[in-house]
Write a protein that binds this ligand. Sequence first.
Ligand SMILES: Cc1cc2nc3c(=O)[nH]c(=O)nc-3n(C[C@H](O)[C@H](O)[C@H](O)COP(=O)(O)O)c2cc1C
Length: 212
Amino acid sequence: MAFDRPIKVAVIYYSSTGTVFQLAKAAVTAAEKAGAEVRLRKVRELAPEEAIASNQGWAAHHAATQNVTEATLDDLEWADVILFGSPTRFGLPAAQLKQFIDTAGGLWAQGRLVDKIAGSFTSTATAHGGQESTILAINNTFYHWGAIVVPPGYADPVQFQMGNPYGTSHTSNNGETMPGEVELDAVSFQVTRMVEVARAFRAGQQALGASA
Ligand SMILES: Cc1cc2nc3c(=O)[nH]c(=O)nc-3n(C[C@H](O)[C@H](O)[C@H](O)COP(=O)(O)O)c2cc1C
């Protein structure tokens, strides 16, 4: 029995210089192609205007994405699939994403984040600058939520090219290099796999008579 409504995907990201944003947009396109209903949401910028203005790439990206809707807790509750994207900051996710995550205590306490299909992706300046540690740090949150972490693994040939089984990662040379075909294909695969797993899981819940 097929699940009776489209899978709902929230792609929630933070990006200063736009490389995570490019991955997020590719994820949206792929999820829609996989038949999902998708929300693209940026988390609120917390840095002072003078910090943003001091970096040309940051200022340009900030201005260019003014029309992207900011994430709210409703996006988390609404979604079957939650995909977080963040640049690496000293081996960890950006504070802007963490701040948003830290507003989810009420949802967590009510069990509203249980059984979400979840994953994450990142962008770093250098290949060994913390891609895995950032993704694993984000994913730690999902364990607390009782979410179901669905990693890309090496479940598609593109993963052998992209090379990170924990989640899509891009090496940007400090925002100078935008994601290429391999990274965009990898994040597309990652979210498509999450949609397929969510669909199978929800269909199974429905078949068993659980509330979906
Ligand atoms: C405060 C700060 C800390 C950073 N820490 C790291 C790091 O630990 N490792 C790394 O490779 N890059 C680090 N970077 C670089 C960014 O992660 C990298 O440029 C990333 O691709 C930016 O993504 P964005 O274009 O979506 O903003 C750091 C950048 C800033 C501003």
